[in-house]
Design a protein around this ligand. Structure first.
Ligand code: AMP
Length: 158
């Protein structure tokens, strides 16, 4: 990889790559599980961020964790969907990035997660970075790098 392209990619920060908060589907801590499931099924997302009333990031919730939450001994207790709330089952052990983090930090963070939340120092939600966005950028840079190496080799031969 040439140094210019290397610089381009590694100079990027999370803010350049993230989906901003206003475009991210989310649920609130006090929402019933039924609402969260509806948001997930209708949006097609496997998980979404959970925010509190002041828009601070509190965790994430996904379809699997909801189904586990209503799983009884022998059956899914569907009646729990309208009684139990998001904060009872949500995942609070999540990684978090800040808008100023660099590309390599974001790349490392999405190795184990399809998306990672972005929040400021006070915990206010800024958006998400998806593994797709990181891979897309990586792919772009690797292809550009391959093209410029090939061009350099041809130019050297001339
Ligand atoms: P994608 O890379 O677009 O397949 O997204 C991976 C995951 O990131 C999705 O399954 C969702 O859990 C989450 N995600 C992506 N975009 C959004 C969005 N606009 N709102 C909420 N969650 C999202």
């Amino acid at each position: 990889m040439s140094s210019t392209q290397n610089k381009n990619m590694t100079n990027m920060v999370v803010e350049d790559l993230m989906i901003p908060a206003e475009k991210v589907a989310h649920v609130q801590m006090g929402n019933p599980l039924e609402h969260a499931l509806l948001v997930l099924v209708k949006s097609g997302y496997s998980a979404v961020p959970v925010l509190d009333a002041s828009f601070k990031l509190q965790g994430t919730i996904g379809k699997t964790i909801i189904l586990n939450g209503i799983l009884g001994l022998e059956r899914f207790e569907m009646e729990k969907l309208s009684v139990a709330t998001v904060h009872e089952v949500m995942n609070t052990d999540i990684p978090c990035l800040s808008k100023e983090d660099d590309f390599l930090t974001a790349l490392k963070a999405v190795i184990d997660y399809p998306f990672v939340c972005v929040a400021d120092q006070q915990g206010y939600f800024d958006g998400i970075v998806t593994r797709r966005a990181i891979l897309k950028q990586l792919n772009k840079n690797l292809h550009a790098s391959k093209y410029s190496t090939e061009t350099e080799m041809i130019t050297e031969k001339i």
